[in-house]
Design a protein around this ligand. Structure first.
Ligand code: ACO
Ligand code: OAA
Length: 377
């Protein structure tokens, strides 16, 4: 018997939700190239596509949008809870703990019932941005901003977070980032979600567990670290030395490398384009972007031979910083977008559910006897 470390290259499901060609740098959602979706669609339409397997007709989209918007408000008990917890709690921890509580307000509790799938989806899509924005405001000692139903999904989040209406282009660019983050086959957090659903736990438990998994720095947590790594650089000229020192200490370069992509992550290329578009709107002297570009160039020179390229987390934080989103909210934004991917996989997995229960190769001892504390050496 052999152990497959990190299950690398081992299929654990059959899925029709998304497809990656890691050699060519291709990503498709339900067969549609990611670039085409970013150009033509919006985050909620893509969420529908991922979960229901097809693009919605106009009436279906209108109903879905209405159901998500009807769930934007969170119960006052949730807001009171947020007011009581330590103000320096990381928003990923807040999210991970609030999500299971949201289930208390959902009357559709049976995970095997399609009604649960739909109500958890629209409730989580609606309330996650509201909880995150409320937490940002509360942790800064500010008044929370109520959702504005007339705004688009992305605009409304930026509005609740910042307390002022974003420009239309900012909302559109942000919405496209959400599309990029929405789904990515069996990554660690999606795997977490389907392991949890395989026990027939409800979708709130699945999503909450997936949030915990996403928070780690080898996964979604990398985007916040990239921001800190870049902002600590004082002079652009220092970048080669900084990178060489990191590599000689065998440190991972955050925002670089991927288990599946052995070329550019296509999302990294698109997010860089979106960032350049945003920079044109904001004015062109953005020091963090200059540092990021130089860092990318030098790190690529050092790592390309090992087929280590920038991933989606490399430029996302730079873009979010320009939208006025604080660094500790970069991974939560990723989580907010990944809800549709996680739920799509949970729903798909349940169709032929099999409890995840892998095995191990035991390499401990046998017949070892208990020693009382006073005799232990
Ligand atoms: C949304 C996402 O989750 S995208 C990923 C976000 N995570 C990051 O950006 C964190 C930095 N990246 C990494 O740590 C890795 O690339 C991972 C965890 C994403 C994928 O790693 P794995 O597929 O497990 O590759 P593994 O850890 O086996 O590394 C293979 C080799 O590449 C090196 N390597 C991989 N990534 C990096 C990196 N970012 N910086 C430097 N070296 C790296 C490893 O040191 C190893 O080298 P070695 O063979 O000489 O020992
Ligand atoms: O696919 C992965 O392993 C990680 C990733 O890029 C994602 O989840 O978006």
């Amino acid at each position: 018997m052999k152990v497959y470390a990190g299950l690398a290259g081992i299929p654990v499901v059959k899925s029709s939700i998304s497809y990656i060609d890691g050699q060519k740098g291709i990503l498709e959602y339900r067969g549609i190239p990611i670039y085409e979706l970013v150009q033509n669609s919006n985050f909620l339409e893509v969420s529908y596509l991922l979960v229901f397997g097809k693009l919605p007709k106009q009436t279906e989209y209108d109903q879905f949008l209405c159901d998500v918007k009807n769930n934007l408000n969170v119960d006052s008990s949730i807001i009171n809870f947020l007011k009581d917890i330590p103000k320096d709690t990381h928003p990923m921890k807040v999210l991970q703990s609030i999500i299971p509580i949201l289930s208390a307000f959902d009357e559709n509790k049976d995970v095997l019932d399609e009604k649960h799938h739909y109500s958890a989806l629209v409730r989580l899509l609606g309330q996650t941005p509201t909880v995150l924005a409320a937490w940002k405001r509360i942790s800064e000692g500010k008044e929370i901003v109520e959702p504005d139903f007339r705004l688009s999904y992305g605009e409304n989040f930026l509005y609740m977070l910042r307390g002022e209406k974003p420009e239309k282009a900012e909302g559109e660019i942000f919405d496209k980032c959400l599309i990029l983050h929405a789904e990515h086959t069996i990554n660690a957090s999606t795997f977490t979600a389907i392991v949890v659903v395989s026990t027939l736990a409800d979708f709130y438990s699945c999503v909450s567990s997936a949030v915990g998994s996403l928070s780690g720095r080898l996964h979604g947590g990398a985007n916040e670290r990239v921001y800190h790594m870049l902002s600590h650089i004082e002079k652009i000229e220092d970048i080669p030395k900084i990178i060489d020192e990191k590599l000689s200490r065998k440190e991972r370069i955050m925002g670089f490398g991927h288990r599946v992509y052995k070329t550019y992550d296509p999302r990294a290329l698109i997010i860089k384009e979106l960032l350049e578009k945003l920079i044109k709107i904001k004015g062109d002297n953005i020091p963090l972007y200059q540092k990021a570009k130089e860092f990318e160039k030098v790190a690529l020179e050092r790592l390309k031979e090992k087929k280590i390229y920038p991933n989606i987390d490399f430029y996302s934080g730079v873009l979010y910083s320009l939208l006025g989103i604080p660094p500790e909210f970069y991974t939560p934004v990723f989580a907010m977008a990944r809800i549709s991917g996680w739920i799509a996989h949970c729903k798909e997995y349940l169709k032929e559910n099999k409890l995840f229960r892998p095995t191990q190769i035991y390499d401990g001892g046998h017949n070892i006897h208990y020693i009382p504390p006073e005799k232990r050496e």
